[in-house]
Structure formats: C-alpha cells, structure tokens
Ligand binder design. Structure first.
Ligand code: FEO
Length: 172
C-alpha cells in the first residue's frame, strides 16, 4: 500500500525531529564537558547516538514504503544552562514532545488504516516510555543530591558507564 501523502510528510517531520533531538543532546553534552562532568557528557553523547538511530529507523521506513525523504531545518541547540538538573529537565521536556509526536503519528496511521506503520510505531511507543523513565530517574537523583558535590560526582561516574547508541541505560 502506497504511503499516504499526509503520513509521508509526518514521518519526514519525525525524521527531522529525531535528528534535532540528537543535535540538542550534543549541545547538552558539550555543556557537561565544559562543566567538567565527563560522565554526564558521555551519557548525553550516547543519547545523541541513539537519537540518530531513531532518525534512521524512520528514514529507512519511508524508503521501504516507496516514499521520498524530505529533511527539514534544525535549530541550533541551547548551549548554556544554569545547572545539571536543568539540562536533564530540558531532556525530559524534549522526550515528552517526541512522545506526543509519536502518538500523533500513531493516530494518523490508524485513521488512514496504514497498519503497516504500526509495528514501527509500537516500538517507538515503548521506547518513549523507557526514555522518559530513565531521564526522570536522573532528575530525581539530582534533586535528592541537591548541592552535594560528592553525590553529583558519584552520579557523574555512574552515568559515564553508559555505552553509546545501543539503547543501554546506566542504572543509578
Ligand atoms: Fe528519539 Fe528520545 O526520542
């Protein structure tokens, strides 16, 4: 079944959103590097790498369905933050926006009876639960740490054990 034009456009917008998410995570990673928190920087780079794989999943799906790739512009990411917890709060807000976007894609696919899209979108629905949950956990931990530098350094060490791009999450 050919891809409906509306769904094709929405999938392309999702490709751009996922690349944009990666770009934003690289910006967050750069801030942590400058702040001397290499573990959190590594966590953000791993997250960026994962976002690239998300973009590629949608990109490939559009091609597999005989659609055309149409990449949109990406804004420069935020480069300055007041505190580590603010960076993760921005990450959570970004993930929540992605979840809304995936849900909208899902609704559109159902409305158009494009059932071939559903396995891909089901994967993303589950992925977003995991993404929001892991970021929320870090926000909670940072909130408990407050200004305790030693605890923040320990969290930084823990988060630095996350490997790149494969969906691994550090447990903290
Ligand atoms: Fe690809 Fe973190 O959403």
């Amino acid at each position: 079944m050919a891809l409906d034009e509306r769904l094709e456009a929405a999938l392309n917008a999702q490709v751009t959103m996922e690349y944009g998410a990666a770009y934003a995570y690289f910006g967050m990673s750069a801030w942590f590097e400058a702040e001397g928190l290499p573990g959190m920087a590594q966590w953000m780079r791993a997250q960026a790498a994962e976002e690239l794989t998300h973009a590629e999943k949608f990109y490939q799906f559009i091609l597999d369905r005989g659609g055309r790739i149409d990449l949109g512009p990406i804004e420069a990411p935020q480069a300055d933050f007041d505190a580590s917890i603010d960076v993760f709060r921005m990450s959570l807000a970004q993930e929540q926006a992605v979840t809304v976007s995936i849900n909208n894609l899902y609704s559109m696919a159902v409305e158009l009876k494009d059932f071939a899209s559903l396995p891909l979108l089901d994967w993303f629905v589950a992925e977003q639960v995991e993404e929001e949950s892991s970021v929320q956990q870090i926000i909670d931990d940072l909130g408990r740490a407050g200004d305790a530098g030693h605890t923040i350094l320990m969290l930084d060490r823990e988060l630095g054990t996350r490997l790149g791009g494969g969906g691994e999450q550090a447990t903290i």
